[in-house]
Design a protein around this ligand. Structure first.
Ligand SMILES: Nc1ncnc2c1ncn2[C@@H]1O[C@H](COP(=O)(O)OP(=O)(O)OP(=O)(O)O)[C@@H](O)[C@H]1O
Ligand SMILES: [Mg+2]
Length: 282
């Protein structure tokens, strides 16, 4: 698969290493090949979307990149650190919003952020100023000292995002950040993500929402059965879905949903060959 390269415009002959560089990342759970030789990169200031049906391997990919799960094979480098041999360094580089973040309901946003800031060895002064910045950016200033158990889902998600970013990491993983949120809450989180991009963060965003992927992502990787079946800008994906004959013939009108169904559907009959062999023998 062709790898889109955003560095091609650089005048230096030497291309810097991408902030996130994933190489043949693979995870097997017993008979399930959850992630199958996934390879991609993400540059500074880029938002890369992971789009795929339930069970495609998005969360497993993000958990491996966040060093919460050991790959079966393959690896990735984040800000130059290897996820398998330098997990401690990697954890300092990344902020991870899991798909189901838990919050201590009895604590306030300020207390939660202080606790996580301390885990990252931040000074009290740094925690305080970063807390002020994040709560303001996320519109939570007025609720800084209320217990989160009284918060709406959207407010809790904003606190989870603030907690994820307390240490101001250069790399951010967001696993379905707006799932179950109303339009206004989702919009506020979208705006925040755009500000993170503008600040030069490298962001991987897993989502089921086509509109979200289209609005936020510079490039989108479509994953199915653990494999990247297509990766590129919206226009590159449209062209790939349209096929060579239709290129430059209005394929820019095709929606991401149509592109997704076409490209993800291609791989529908792919099975884990080892599992298939086992079933065959049984
Ligand atoms: N801890 C685990 N043990 C066994 N199998 C797992 C485990 N975690 C994930 N899987 C399997 O790996 C595959 C990929 O799951 P994953 O959660 O990564 O998918 P996903 O793309 O995030 O799906 P969704 O869109 O539903 O969140 C699935 O078949 C899932 O059942
Ligand atoms: Mg998931």
């Amino acid at each position: 698969m062709k790898r889109a390269c955003l560095n091609s415009g650089m005048n230096s002959g030497m291309q810097p290493e991408p902030v996130i560089d994933v190489l043949s990342l693979t995870k097997r759970f017993a008979t399930t090949l959850a992630v199958d030789q996934v390879t991609f990169s993400c540059e500074q200031g880029e938002i890369l979307g992971l789009l795929g049906p339930n069970g495609a391997g998005k969360t497993t990919t993000l958990r491996m990149l966040a060093t919460a799960l050991r790959p079966t094979s393959g690896t990735a480098r984040i800000s130059g650190f290897d996820i398998t041999t330098q997990p401690e360094e990697v954890r300092r580089q990344v902020g991870v919003l899991p798909s189901e973040p838990g919050l201590y309901g009895r604590l306030t946003p300020r207390e939660i952020l202080r606790y996580f800031g301390q885990l990252y060895d931040m000074t009290p002064g740094a925690i305080e100023s970063r807390t002020r910045e994040l709560l303001s950016l996320l519109g939570l200033d007025e609720h800084a000292d209320q217990r989160t158990e009284t918060f709406s889902r959207g407010m809790r998600q904003k606190v989870s995002i603030a907690r994820t970013l307390i240490h101001d990491p250069p790399v951010i993983f967001l696993d379905e950040p707006t799932a179950g949120l109303d339009v206004m809450s989702a919009r506020a989180i979208h705006d925040f993500i755009v500000q993170c991009k503008a600040a030069g963060k490298s962001i991987i965003l897993s989502t089921h929402m086509m509109a979200e992927a289209e609005k936020l992502c510079d490039r989108i990787a479509i994953i199915n059965h653990g494999r990247i079946v297509a990766i590129g800008t919206m226009q590159e994906l449209r062209n790939a879905a349209a096929g060579p004959a239709s290129r430059d013939q209005g394929s820019d009108q095709v929606s991401l949903e149509e592109v997704f169904v076409k490209l993800a559907g291609k791989d529908d009959f792919r099975v884990d060959p080892h599992a298939a062999m086992r079933h065959h023998r049984e």
